[in-house]
Design a protein around this ligand. Structure first.
Ligand SMILES: NC(=O)c1ccc[n+]([C@@H]2O[C@H](COP(=O)([O-])OP(=O)(O)OC[C@H]3O[C@@H](n4cnc5c(N)ncnc54)[C@H](OP(=O)(O)O)[C@@H]3O)[C@@H](O)[C@H]2O)c1
Length: 313
């Protein structure tokens, strides 16, 4: 067994999507896993999956926005397995609506989960990493850590701030043996869009093309062995960063158009706070079923482009 195979790995937001794919990936490597989310029932399903794949698993239901719960999570991991090698800060929630549509408590809770959850996690695990003289903190941000979009301002705010926090912490920890890594996924096929709060009056879907959660899990699992600070997942959308940095006006117009005409569609029956305040409680899936839809949207866009060219001749 190699050193990585015996690693003790904590994964927050492990009951669904990227976190669930990450837990499974580490389980296949024989890791000693500590999995966290708010729903115990959903975590038990993931724990069984991971044990079947060869991992040892401790389930700790906890809310990442509760600082003392994160200290409890780190302490439980050390009590069970003696140390922590990798902490994956992954739990996150999404909320759609303009700044004026979104209730203030929804805005605040997105920040509490996506940003303060990462900060509480870092504060809880660092004393253990210091004692060990080593450890890897892998934080999941987003392409929205580097470029914005309208109608998701709390999410963008939380993800930009996560990048700032990670950069600053990394600078402080240089030479300590503790590494900080940031994984920035673009659109990923997970149930986060079904789980999202939505005050727009319209249905939501991810901006295509969407990548699989497995690709993000691979980037997360590889991060501790690498010197690289930032890893992007989703090459096509990463290219949009060039537009954001060098033609911000054009990026702003494109982001607005895409949100209005692609990401939002149809009519939503009613406003919803989704899983922002409470877990849906069900065992989530890794996939949100968006890849086929993304492909159909791309094909439709290509077809429309061909038709427009023909008509303009
Ligand atoms: N999917 C994408 O397109 C995409 C793109 C870029 C970045 N990301 C980031 O990737 C991460 C994972 O997202 P995902 O797409 O896998 O979403 P997901 O399928 O909705 O899973 C979210 C996970 O976080 C947990 N969670 C939510 N709030 C929590 C809280 N307060 N305390 C503890 N656990 C909590 C959920 O379980 P409970 O509800 O049971 O707690 C669930 O396990 C997030 O940080 C997200 O921002 C996603």
């Amino acid at each position: 067994m190699t050193r990585r195979q015996r690693d003790v790995v904590v994964v927050t937001g492990a009951s669904s999507g990227i976190g669930r794919a990450t837990a499974r990936r580490f389980a296949r490597q024989g890791a000693q896993l500590v999995i966290c989310a708010r729903s115990d029932a959903a975590l038990q399903t993931v724990a069984k999956e991971c044990r079947d794949l060869g991992g040892q698993v401790l389930v700790v239901p906890a809310d990442v926005s509760d600082e003392s719960a994160m200290v409890g999570l780190a302490d439980a991991a050390v009590a069970a397995f003696g140390r922590i090698d990798v902490w994956v800060g992954n739990a996150g929630v999404f909320a759609y609506g303009t700044f004026e549509q979104l209730p203030s408590d929804v805005f605040r809770q997105v920040i509490e989960t996506n940003l303060m959850g990462q900060i509480h996690g870092a504060r809880a695990v660092l004393p253990h990493f210091r004692r060990q003289g080593a450890g890897s903190l892998v934080l999941v941000g987003s392409l929205y850590s580097r470029a914005s979009s309208p109608t998701i301002s709390p999410y963008v705010t939380s993800k930009y701030a996560t990048l700032g926090f990670a950069e600053s912490l990394r600078q402080e920890l240089r030479g300590s043996g503790i590494r900080v890594h940031l994984v920035l996924p673009a659109s990923i096929d997970t149930p986060i869009y079904q789980h999202a709060a939505n005050f727009t009056g319209r249905l939501v879907r991810p901006l295509p093309p969407v990548s699989s959660a497995g690709r993000v899990a691979r980037a997360i699992a590889r991060a501790p062995g690498r010197r690289r600070f930032v890893t992007f997942v989703g090459r096509t959308q990463k290219a949009a960063l060039l537009v954001h940095d060098f033609a911000p006006g054009l990026h702003g117009s494109a982001a607005r158009w895409l949100m209005k005409h692609v990401e939002l569609h149809g009519r939503a029956p009613s406003a919803s706070t989704g899983n922002v305040f409470e877990s849906t409680g069900s065992a989530g899936q890794v996939s949100g079923g968006w890849r086929a839809i993304g492909l159909r949207l791309l094909l439709a866009a290509a077809g429309a482009a061909v038709l427009l060219r023909r008509l303009s001749r």
